[in-house]
Design a protein around this ligand. Structure first.
Ligand SMILES: [Zn+2]
Length: 195
């Protein structure tokens, strides 16, 4: 009988020998995995390669509006008295250059009680308007002027209703207060060169 014959040696193996063999197998498995780990660590884990950031933005790409050291502040939708924050605050030292995020046409250069000195530029191709607020001084551009990506449109300040030097940046899909609506600019900003 085949069944009886194959069963016979198993029954005769003493239990403590089986247990010892099992412990040895586990120990070797642990040691083996430890060695494998050390070896792969020495060679270098995959996925650690980094691509150096480009020093200049490739043609057609978008540029971060603050040209200098900055920190991301309060975002879109933050509660304000009577309304919600419809832009993204970006803190930087007063005087830090503010630049056009893309090729755009200057639509408004003005001053308003809460925005302070502000400038609105329009990217006709993307149907987006960008508003920069709290500029230290009046924007050095004029209505109707075409600005290029990275071209200076002002400097960081704290005019109007601002606490601390920062840029209040709005991104509108469509026209600023002329049928468009503001969206959360952060995902856009994060994709811009110099973020
Ligand atoms: Zn703001």
């Amino acid at each position: 009988m085949v069944e009886a014959g194959s069963e016979h040696p198993v029954r005769r193996t003493p239990r403590r020998v089986v247990a010892a063999l099992a412990v040895a197998a586990v120990a070797s498995a642990v040691l083996g995995s430890g060695l494998a780990f050390a070896q792969s660590g020495g060679v270098g884990a995959p996925g650690t390669t980094t691509t150096p950031a480009p020093t200049t933005a490739p043609p057609g790409s978008m540029v971060f509006p603050v040209s200098g050291a900055h920190t991301i502040g309060q975002g879109f939708g933050a509660a304000r008295s009577g309304h919600s924050h419809q832009g993204q605050d970006i803190f930087a030292a007063c005087g830090t250059p503010l630049v056009a995020v893309s090729r755009a046409k200057v639509k408004w250069v003005s001053y308003q009680g809460s925005a302070g000195n502000y400038v609105v530029i329009r990217n006709k191709k993307l149907h987006q308007d960008y508003m920069y607020a709290h500029l230290a001084t009046r924007a050095p551009v004029s209505k109707g002027q075409i600005v290029m990506p990275g071209q200076q449109v002002g400097v960081v300040g704290q005019t109007g209703n601002a606490r601390g030097c920062h840029l209040h940046f709005e991104l509108w899909l469509g026209k600023w207060y002329r049928g468009g609506h503001p969206v959360n600019p952060l995902p856009y900003l994060q994709s811009y060169a110099g973020y």
